[in-house]
Design a protein around this ligand. Sequence first.
Ligand code: PEP
Ligand code: MN
Length: 416
Amino acid sequence: MFNAINQQIRRDQRSVIKRAGNKILPCLLLCCGGFERLVSGHSISLLILQQYLNMHTLSEKVKKTSFFEGHNNPLIISGPCSAESETQLMQTALQLQALQKVDIFRAGIWKPRTRPNEFEGVGTIGLQWMQKVKQETGFKLVVEVAKPEHVEEALHYGIDALWIGARTVVNPFSVQELAASLKGVDIPIFVKNPLTPDLKLWIGAIERFQLAGINQLAAIHRGFHYFANSPYRNAPMWEIPIELKRLFPDLPLITDISHISGKRSLLQEIAQKALDLETDGLMIESHFDPDSAKTDAAQQITPFELGKMLDSLEIHNPAKSENFALPLEKLRTEIDKLDGELLLILAKRMEIIDEIGAYKKANKHTILQHKRSQHIIEDRLAIGSNLGLDQNFLNQLIEIVHDASMKRQNIIFNKP
Ligand code: PEP
Ligand code: MN
């Protein structure tokens, strides 16, 4: 049995087993349930073993790359959401260069848009403008690639690093195609998180590049699509990048504060939070005239504003050491999520209350029906008490919700 399993373990994974020695099996036994096979007297699932090995192989291979050495700490990536014209790129780049705080110049050449007929990027000509920016400013360049043809063109025009966008990372077929197109190429790849809060999918994408031989890898946290209303364009859900960092401490993590924030007023707060959590880099969209930007105008800032913001950030805050910030942040994020769900449920409840109101009106029922109200109060009190909630709190909560519901029905009744 052991031989059968052994054959399915890659050479690079074997070295992980060797190094892990006796630690690996007890560790697997601790983490996993549903064991199916026997290995050296322990039952474990082959699938789980493969997952464990993949994680640890990645973890051992991904090292802080030279790309992060000799740069600002944190690494600062900035430039417009999209390349729009040579003037826009050059003006923005020159103003960024004057700050002397930016390491890498970014611009989107091919833009993945939600609807057809929106501005989809300037394409290849933008790469020629990027080349000129490099010649003028000396900036290293990074662009987004979503297809093997993009990779080919970007490499042809001497782009120094590539990022994989959130819409691409959700699709393992696309990621695999990109990884295959990069086989044998030594270029840093920055993998954004997928749109959905799915850590495994994010790790999977990183692994695909690692397995294709890319060693200069970094992750970009750009927030997640979230169903409830939130002040952010993409909910940061900090616990996810924190968990990624816990699993892969050597994988550099960059925070894309622009796509998390969605608006200028939130950038500083998000940047500071990212720094408190010891991010390795910040990605910030900038434009010499943000209001005229063809994409993401609301979140782009001028290079001058970027300079001011970077100056205002506290790079190291010993009070927020890892031990303090990480667990607290995890718990707070959980609370944010639960509150969002709570409000969503309340909003749904109110919609149904409106429907009941309309029905009562049409059928000439009264709004308040005492028997029903009494039942609701007793039933919810019993459920809440069983869940360990305080009686007083429950009474107040039920009353508030009930009153608000009656008020909504009154409005419906009083409509002509
Ligand atoms: C971008 O960086 O401009 C972009 C499109 O990002 P994301 O893939 O995170 O939406
Ligand atoms: Mn953008």
